[in-house]
Design a protein. Structure first.
Length: 160
């Protein structure tokens, strides 16, 4: 009887440990390239290119870096260090706006972020990784300066 109970407890512990490891795995980690052909831009003016890098810094801390070449050839970048905790974290943006980002897990393949510029929500995005982990979609609702809202749907392919 004791050995049966011990085996059951060990089995439960193994399941809990496996669940913990899976919960810590972030499928977005890596370098991603924007797929211009599969993306949709509200005004029809996509950037020339865009690269996003997501890094795991350990202890629940993540880093994001984006490099983009706009349609007119100008460069744009942003970066942030954040946690998936629903709390605002500072963002560094090329144009110098005081920005913050809030990240939250929706499920194991989906995350949502909110970008705040000068305390106001300017973007809300939902990232969803594909089943094979080689691409993700990013649906971004943008609030324009006049208050109108538009949506871009960006597709990214894993580079590394």
């Amino acid at each position: 009887m004791q050995s049966r109970t011990l085996r059951m407890l060990m089995g439960v512990c193994c399941l809990l440990l496996a669940g913990g490891v899976g919960a810590q795995t972030n499928p977005f980690i890596g370098t991603w390239e924007l797929d211009l052909e599969d993306s949709e831009f509200y005004d029809g003016t996509p950037p020339q290119k865009q690269t996003r890098i997501y890094e795991n810094r350990g202890d629940g801390l993540y880093a994001f870096t984006m490099q983009s070449t706009n349609a007119d050839g100008s460069e744009f970048s942003s970066s942030a260090t954040y946690r998936y905790d629903g709390e605002p974290h500072p963002v560094t943006i090329t144009n110098g706006n005081q920005s913050q980002v809030v990240y939250e897990y929706i499920d194991r393949r989906t995350v949502q972020y909110t970008l705040l510029v000068d305390g106001e929500e300017t973007q809300r995005g939902t990232k969803r990784i594909s089943n094979n982990g080689r691409s993700f979609s990013l649906r971004v609702r943008i609030t324009l300066p006049d208050g109108d809202r538009v949506t871009n749907v960006l597709m990214f392919r894993k580079a590394t």
